[in-house]
Design a protein around this ligand. Sequence first.
Ligand SMILES: Nc1ncnc2c1ncn2[C@@H]1O[C@H](COP(=O)(O)OP(=O)(O)OP(=O)(O)O)[C@@H](O)[C@H]1O
Length: 587
Amino acid sequence: MLYKLWKLARPSPVLLLLTGFLIILSAVSGLASPWIIRYAVDNLILTGRVHLLWMAAMAIIVFSLLQTGCTFAARYLAEYMGQSSLLDLRNKLYRHLNQLSFSFYDSARTGDIMSRLTVDTNILNNFFGFAAINIVTNSLTILGIIIVLFYWNWQLGLAFLLITPAVVHGINTHAGKVQPAFSRLHRQLGKMTNILEESLTGIGLVKLTGSEAYELEKFEQQNREYLLTTMSVLKISSLWQPYVQFLTTLGIAVAMWSGGRAVIEGSITTGVLIGFITYMGMLVRPIRQTGRMVNVVARSLAAGQRIFEVLNWEPDIKDAPDAYPLPPVKGHVCYENVSFSYDGKNQILEEINLTVEPGQMVALVGPTGAGKTTLIHLIDRFYDPVGGSIKIDGHDLKRVTLESLRRQLGIVLQDTFIFNTTIRENIAYGKPSATNDEVERAARLAQIHDFIISLPMGYDTAVGTRGMTLSGGERQRIAFARVLLTNPRLLILDEATSELDAQTEAALHKAIHEVIKNRTVIIIAHRLWTIQNADKILVLSGGRIVESGSHQELLRLDGNYSRFYDLFLQNKKLPDNFDFGGGSQAK
Ligand SMILES: Nc1ncnc2c1ncn2[C@@H]1O[C@H](COP(=O)(O)OP(=O)(O)OP(=O)(O)O)[C@@H](O)[C@H]1O
């Protein structure tokens, strides 16, 4: 995992070398002070050369300044390298998430994904910058101190080494417990973010159903779990600091005892003992920090694992190796024996055969759950059929590039997505280069221009999260304008089912009328107007086409459609639960 993280970071070799050099300089200058103290005690203080003491004091200050400068520069460079890598990583993750198939998001937990992209990358932030530099600096400092101690007096060095097994054992135990604990912590955070994300997205439903208390309880429970998990992590990491403090004090006591005797016996000088004890004191910070860094590394490994999991998710639907761009679409669509299942068990569509000629409008009608939306999501390749094939102008969709296909399709779904930005940007979403005139022309055709200019800020009006400040009819007409701007030859529409007032209904019809002109249109029809004007109507039930023909042909057939149409005339709306005679849904 560490190697994978290293490969991910790909730091610049020049900056890396420079940082390494600065770290070594910082560690060496940090080691200088006790050495100077030893010299000053033995050669200046005990010999009474007071007038030279200022030089020793100055030397300590100079080395300390050097250490400060080098540490600053090394940290800054390491942070710069770390942040640059993270910038790339976040972009890479986001690009990857965009490439994943639509089906992935059917079951994915958005909160969890967001937490991986933000929290986990932020944890790596510590690892690449501050942890990496601390680990290297501390290791060098500890090694340097050990070398100096042995060089001064190997017996005293050995006394120091007495505490080493306890330190190593401590770090090991610490690391073994800390990593799983942090993995638990991250999972818990993902769960909490998920609950938050879902309840805020569905805040309307939460309020309408008076479920605030229920949502609060769910959140509080996860929040409590998070606290418990955090406490278990803190218990492990809090023990570490006092443990190291005790060990080093133990080392100092041993040094005092055996070193003091050595001074009295004359085998070492007073300066050596004082220098030795100063070094021992200096050890507390790097050892303690190394333990803390074990935490950071453990957290980073857990975070890295979750990030690599994202990068390993493969899109189900991607370009074939020999995929070619779909030539400009004329609008001929052909479904040949298409069948589909979401889970490999329940057939949602069976043996669908359908041909749409360029410029035709085909309406799909059928009860809820019949498979209408699924059928149109096979054209945009949100899903691929499990049997049969779909062709546009004779090109099998699996052979053309996704980008060229989707760029040429215009799709307006029932639950239109509106971004939290201005109306202008929402309309220009599929074509950011569009001029103001183009945006306005599209809005006029979609019968929404007059409404937009009646707003105080006109096209620059911000529409709130998911277009909350707009009505359903207005949102849909903005979506029409968005599609008109890209001028697609093939248009797929899912008409709104909701009841609209007469004026909005009329505006929407006029908009649809403009939108469908000179295009091939496949429309999931919920309204009388649309059905009557369709060149062909397909009645879908239980995943099969049970009747097909023009409105008049189907009425003459006097079958399910005509019964359904009579009902429709009475209700002014398609009855969702009408039995079209296609049997029960295949599920
Ligand atoms: N992402 C999915 N994963 C699994 N099953 C799904 C998925 N989407 C839809 N289904 C199931 O597939 C069947 C057909 O759904 P589909 O949305 O295509 O019907 P529809 O005719 O468009 O219905 P409606 O008119 O209510 O929108 C339904 O039984 C539905 O539960």
